[in-house]
Design a protein around this ligand. Structure first.
Ligand code: CA
Length: 232
């Protein structure tokens, strides 16, 4: 049974989420402030974390940052303010997905399912496929270990950033539109989240290093989407 940790100080909301997650067969833990949440992450090693931003003691952005220093556990952030979205996806915090309040429980459950589906998919792919190594100029990708290096420097990526980079780099020259990327990397069809793709690309380029060939090879195709530059 997968354990989901809810870090959310609005008890009513937390309890509603808990009830529905239990119905879906998840084991559910609850914490109501950031610091205790962080502690529970370390002690209980949950399979997924639902993390609110506005939290007492330590806010969700800080909690997310700290979790990411040692874990790649999927994090779904909750935010009450649309202006926080840019901070969630722009600040290299490494959240995997986010929802703005108010959201429907159905939407939340769909997102969680999508995240777990992606993890399963990745697991199966890495079990089936022989280890694949992609080397294009200064970029090195080891698929089984999910390791990315640029000029020998290891780059720490979130799940989605890795999958996005792998998809692009394994098909140099092919243009992927945002819809396709949302469906195949994020796991859901919802065009209103196209901005997530753009922000993920932005973070990827930043993490790969502004002066790297790897970053320069991720090209924006205006009006269409993105591609990894074909290398002749
Ligand atoms: Ca809150």
């Amino acid at each position: 049974m997968k354990t989901v940790l809810i870090i959310e100080d609005e008890r009513n909301l937390s309890n509603i989420i808990k009830k529905h997650l239990r119905q879906e067969g998840y084991n559910v833990l609850q914490e109501f402030d950031g610091q205790k949440g962080l502690l529970t992450v370390k002690q209980q090693n949950p399979a997924l974390i639902i993390l609110d931003i506005m939290l007492p003691v330590m806010d969700g952005l800080e909690v997310c940052k700290q979790i990411r220093t040692e874990s790649t556990v999927p994090i779904l952030m909750l935010t009450a303010k649309t202006e926080e979205i840019d901070r969630i996806i722009g600040l290299e915090l490494g959240a995997d997905d986010y929802l703005t309040k108010p959201f429907s429980i159905r939407e939340l459950l769909a997102r969680i399912r999508a995240i777990f589906r992606r993890i399963e998919m990745v697991k199966k792919q890495s079990q089936l496929a022989q280890t694949e190594i992609i080397e294009i100029q200064d970029l090195y990708i080891h698929t089984a270990d999910r390791v990315v290096k640029v000029s020998g420097r290891t780059v720490s990526l979130t799940m989605m950033e890795f999958d996005l980079l792998f998809l692009l780099a394994s098909h140099p020259g092919r243009v992927f539109n945002r819809d396709y990327l949302l469906e195949h990397v994020w796991g859901y069809k919802c065009t209103s989240y196209e901005r997530s793709v753009d922000n993920c690309i932005l973070n990827l380029r930043k993490k790969l290093g502004k002066d790297s060939k790897a970053a320069a090879n991720i090209l924006t195709v205006w009006g269409m989407g993105y591609k990894f530059k074909g290398i002749n």
